[in-house]
Write a protein that binds this ligand. Structure first.
Ligand code: PA5
Length: 442
């Protein structure tokens, strides 16, 4: 089970100060469980792991199997919550050099998470002559970035296989009834999975949105969901034995003590995209009403050589949440060298991970000494079960924390502003007034 340790924040906020948030956190848990808080029509994620039908998992696994058998590459198209969860889990579980290795099922690549012309051109070029399939994911079914990518890749697939065959290699994950993607999927006869109305994008990794690409990549989605079920059970109580409760109270105490930026720190490069997923979860959930901790992330020890100076010595507005992975998959020791010209014989015979752990411990001590409170989250290993726990831990922590902050953690009104401007600038029909207004400003 994952563990949370907050002892290294106590120089900044006392235990009593953290405890003073317990009442608000307990009320938050009640709102999440009873659906009595803001955004209560988006609470489908709260009991999702324990209520996911075995038949759905089986259906996802069967579709994944058929894609694995028929494709060399599968493109998962989506953005934000329809992208980051799958990317995070696949990266955390994959061989670091999977992209360069042959065999062992299809490569899962991503599109629609940007509007990079070169990215799409190069992807299409890479796919020439390859057997590929598409998983197109959009809850609203109307998001511009994935819609552009899907239009182009669908055309490419149809040109190479013909429309009828192509439609067998396209899976759509979208709303049960609404949106352009639902209509297209119905008309073209694609296999579909539903994103339930009551699960918001950034809370959807444990639905088909995340589970299908993860299964296509060859990972055990049953174990992922089972881990989330364990954490769902461990996070129902309203006290410090609930890790999400402790995380939420502690970070709110730190926020109100002037620590406005939280840096999620890892010492394992496979967690880079997990931090990207976390940034969206917390940033989009809490950053509203001119409030909210700014979520940032670093990959150490890499970033100690770029951001380390700022963190150690810059403005004291930050705290860190360090994810430590207790056990590595592989064992590698540092060899002894007779000449010892690099002076490294003092660590000869030690595992690489022992050195990494000392880098981590040394950094945590230095940062705490430098006025950066540290929360520590330990995860036994980068395995499906523990990632499932970690995902649900952060989701529950986010719901509790957002309610303590007194915002609606489940909407994202600010995301619409850029879309309105982009549509006005692109002269989308229906945006004539906005087009005139924005052009007058240029
Ligand atoms: O969390 C969210 O709701 C957003 O990040 C969405 O996931 C993102 O905007 C993509 O939306 P959609 O799945 O409707 O294309």
């Amino acid at each position: 089970m994952i563990k949370v340790n907050v002892k290294d924040v106590l120089a900044t906020v006392s235990e009593a100060t953290i405890k003073s948030y317990d009442k608000a956190a307990a009320e938050a848990i009640e709102k999440l469980h009873n659906g009595t808080g803001a955004g209560n029509d988006f609470l489908g994620w709260v009991n999702l792991p324990s209520t996911t039908p075995a038949s759905l998992i089986e259906d996802i696994e069967n579709v994944a199997k058929s894609l694995r058998e028929s494709c060399e590459v599968v493109i998962a198209i989506g953005i934000g919550g329809s992208y980051l969860g799958a990317k995070a889990v696949i990266e955390a579980l994959s061989d670091s050099f999977a992209a360069y290795r042959q065999g062992n099922g299809p490569k899962v690549l991503f599109a629609g998470q940007n509007i990079g012309e070169d990215y799409l051109y190069e992807l299409q070029d890479y796919l020439k002559g390859k057997k590929f399939g598409i998983i197109v994911i959009s809850k609203s079914g109307t998001t511009t970035e994935p819609a552009i990518a899907f239009r182009m890749l669908k055309e490419q697939l149809e040109a190479s296989l013909g429309k009828a065959e192509a439609s067998k290699r396209i899976i759509a994950i979208t709303d049960a009834r609404r949106g352009a993607l639902r209509q297209l999927a119905t008309e073209e006869g694609y296999k579909t999975f539903v994103i339930e109305d009551n699960v918001g994008g950034r809370f959807s990794v444990l639905t088909p949105v995340g589970l299908l690409p993860i299964a296509v990549a060859g990972f055990d989605i049953k174990a992922l969901v089972a881990g989330a079920v364990e954490m769902e059970k461990a996070t129902t109580v309203a006290d410090d034995t609930n890790p999400s409760f402790l995380y939420a109270t502690t970070r709110n105490a730190l926020y109100n003590a002037g620590k406005k930026i939280e840096i999620l720190v890892n010492y394992n490069p496979k967690l880079h995209f997990f931090a990207e997923w976390w940034k969206q979860l917390y940033g989009e959930s809490e950053g509203k009403d001119h409030k909210g901790i700014f979520p940032a992330a670093v990959d150490n020890s890499t970033d100690l050589h770029s951001m380390g100076q700022w963190i150690q010595d810059g403005e004291r507005s930050i705290f860190e949440t360090v994810i430590t992975v207790e056990n590595q998959k592989h064992t590698l020791t540092i060899p002894s060298d007779d000449a010892n010209l690099d002076g490294l014989n003092y660590i000869a015979g030690k595992r690489v991970d022992q050195v990494n752990k000392m880098a981590e411990l040394g950094t945590r001590i230095a940062h705490v000494d430098g006025g950066v409170p540290n929360l520590l989250i330990s995860i036994p290993a980068l395995e499906e079960r523990y990632l499932g726990q970690l995902i649900y831990f952060f989701e529950k922590g986010c719901g509790i924390s957002g309610y303590i902050l007194d915002v609606n953690p489940f909407n994202q009104p600010g995301v619409e502003d850029y879309k309105r401007n982009m549509f006005a600038l692109l002269e989308k029909p229906g945006y004539e007034k906005e087009t005139a207004a924005i052009k007058a400003r240029l």
